[in-house]
Design a protein around this ligand. Structure first.
Ligand SMILES: *Cc1c(COP(=O)(O)O)cnc(C)c1O
Length: 354
């Protein structure tokens, strides 16, 4: 834990919790009583502060608003049947956050601020982790350049924050996916493996156009040949062909290294499937579909855990699956959720006790 005095705490007069009905809450709309804030200036991190959740005061010249040095993470905290609070794999998010920071020429956040700060914040807002089945508390760490300066160069000041939002069950209906050929998400040498704000801004037009055509999301393809599968919206993607699960590899730096992706790979292997992390072309996907070997397609991410894909459309070719027959996907989701909600033993050391 943080040493005495290493974190400043300003208490709220009263909790907002009793004013909020945690049933049927929309994702990301309500925030807890507290937030964590730490500033970087003069080449060093200042004492973090936990204070009541409130608006920020900023100058219009703040660099992040103009040039987009901004990164974030998405993590979840759960309650086990006994009511104890746990965070799922936060160290993995901490490491990924600092990889994103390095890529965006931002300072790394020390473990005492990210991890101990998160721990303390969660302790103060522990009652906000819902008790109801399938609910959780979404943790959003983020950092942006906060220097008041209009000039294209790395900022000399940054603000790191953590905010928390209770979330209800994620009823994800099986998705219809449009294989995107015009727009691209990530190119080798670019920022595809960083969880940086601009990647999401850049994806919105393609997603909006796919929605207009009646699809839920796009499947991103590689930027050079528009041939190799990358990710599905903001989820990693898995294809079950025979007894093998294939997911695009991380070697090109164009794919976000999902913590859920990594957990799913581990669980698939424990279920006895072979997992291949490698290039997968759309031709290979179509061939496996035509031969009947491509059994299941699904996305993975923190918000929905696993999202079934029931249709892929590539040019004029439509691939459809009966998701009622998806057994692998269902099993992975159940096994993963049982670990997250403390219903089965945490044999991998994934759960961090609050
Ligand atoms: C966050 C994210 C994912 C999923 O990562 P998890 O750590 O599993 O939540 C996948 N793709 C993109 C582009 C993302 O931003």
């Amino acid at each position: 834990m943080i040493a005495e005095g290493a974190i400043e705490i300003i208490r709220a007069e009263k909790s907002k919790l009793q004013d909020i009905n945690l049933e049927n809450i929309p994702f990301g709309k309500y925030f807890t009583d507290y937030m964590l804030e730490a500033d970087y200036k003069n080449g060093e991190w200042q004492t973090p502060v936990i204070r009541p959740y409130q608006p920020l005061m900023m100058a219009p010249s703040v660099a992040a608003l103009h040039y987009g040095q901004a990164i974030f993470e998405g993590i979840k905290a759960y309650k086990d049947p006994a009511g104890n609070g746990y965070i799922f794999r936060p160290f993995d998010n901490f490491k990924r956050f600092n990889l994103s920071a390095v890529r965006m020429a931002m300072p790394e956040v020390p473990e005492e601020i990210f991890m101990d700060g998160m721990h303390k914040l969660l302790q103060m807002d522990i009652n906000w982790i819902p008790n109801q089945a399938d609910h959780s508390l979404y943790i959003r760490p983020f950092m942006f350049s906060s220097e008041e300066m209009i000039g294209v160069k790395p900022s000399e000041q940054y603000k790191f924050m953590i905010i928390l939002s209770p979330t209800g069950p994620y009823y994800n209906t099986p998705m219809r996916i449009y294989v995107e050929e015009q727009y691209v998400r990530a190119v080798q040498g670019g920022v595809g493996e960083a969880k940086t704000a601009g990647n999401y801004a850049a994806s919105m037009l393609a997603t909006a156009e796919a929605k207009k055509k009646g699809y839920d999301q796009v499947l991103w393809m590689d930027a050079l040949e528009h041939r190799y599968v990358q990710e599905c919206g903001t989820m990693n993607v898995f294809f079950v062909i025979g007894n093998t699960a294939i997911t695009p590899g991380l070697d090109k730096g164009t794919i976000l290294a999902g913590v859920t992706r990594d957990s799913v790979i581990t669980i698939l292997q424990e279920m006895g499937l072979t997992v291949e992390e490698r290039d997968l072309s759309i031709e290979e996907v179509m061939d496996a579909y035509k031969s009947g070997e491509l059994k299941e397609v699904f996305g993975s991410g923190t918000a929905a855990t696993i999202s079934m894909i029931k249709e892929l459309k590539y040019k004029d070719f439509v691939m459809e699956w009966d998701v009622e027959k998806y057994t692998v996907c269902q099993q992975v989701k159940t096994l993963l959720n049982n670990i997250r909600y403390g219903k089965s033993p945490d044999t991998h050391g994934w759960m961090y006790k609050i």
